[in-house]
Design a protein around this ligand. Sequence first.
Ligand code: 5AD
Length: 337
Amino acid sequence: MNKLIEKAKKLHLLSKSEIIEILKDNFLNNELFQAADEVRKEFVGDEIHLRALIEFSNICKQNCFYCGVRAENKNIDRFRLNKEDIIELAENALNNGYKTIVMQSAEDVYFNAERLAEIIKEIKKHDTAITLSIGERTYEEYKILKEAGADRFLLRIETTDKELYKKLHPNMDYENRIRCLKDLKKLGYETGTGCLVGLPGQTLESLAGDILFFKELDADMIGLGPLIPHKDTPLRDYKADSFWLSLKVMAIVRLLMPDINIPATTAMETIQGNGRILALQSGANVVMPNVTEETERKKYEIYPGKTSIDYTELEEKFKAIGRTISQNKGYRKKDNL
Ligand code: 5AD
């Protein structure tokens, strides 16, 4: 086996230059994916955790250059689900066997902590974990949401390259995003972050920096995927060709953070046929099927061509690769390290 991959597999440590070396060398890919698959099996097993994703608002105050729901995009129908609809979608998902509800929205100020807390409390009357993915908030807001019963939070750093971050996120502040992630950890959320792969101007060095940042933060979940250019954004002319690179970044994350939860992201499936299965065989152990109604799902177009799939169909596909759907809530298992 390649020395670096062997080291990563055994010690779960790599330096920045070693990560760059692996990212550069495409002859190593199969070995890398296989090593990540083995580490996944050893540390988190063959069970796949499903998270039911509810997209409840695409009304956004931010203007991220890559994102189709950015505030300046006028070519989009905006929607906001009401409390009852969100709760109903969650209850349907729980009836269908899901054990975790992910409430995701754009940065919509209407959904302040008090409004969200009411919804969380209602859903938490059922036996479920709740993950929030609603963007940057204050410590006090995160605290209210945690006390209402939220268990986990997803907030991708998107890129740790500060210059690039600034270019792609007008009027946003890198330091504030870091503050958010630290607050979430402090408050006891299982904290997820991640990055986009294939951003204009992004280097292998900056991706290596992203990976080391995830480890340093001791993130509980890492979600990452390729950039898929959206026609109504400033990145419309950019190429979507980062599937393999994002798979490599994901596999290295698995080697370095053996016990965390890693989703096979929708972006991976969208850009490459069978991308979800390839990801599940290269380190991933989580899938987040979208359970939003079709009409809203179409409007939640972060990037074009977003795929969707149902529970039964997934179960079949997992079975074919020797994997099962987990019947528990799928918290990070720290105790087997
Ligand atoms: N292509 C791929 N992923 C995207 N995201 C936003 N826009 C795009 C795009 N065009 C990702 C961001 C965000 C997550 C919800 O979706 O990383 O954190």
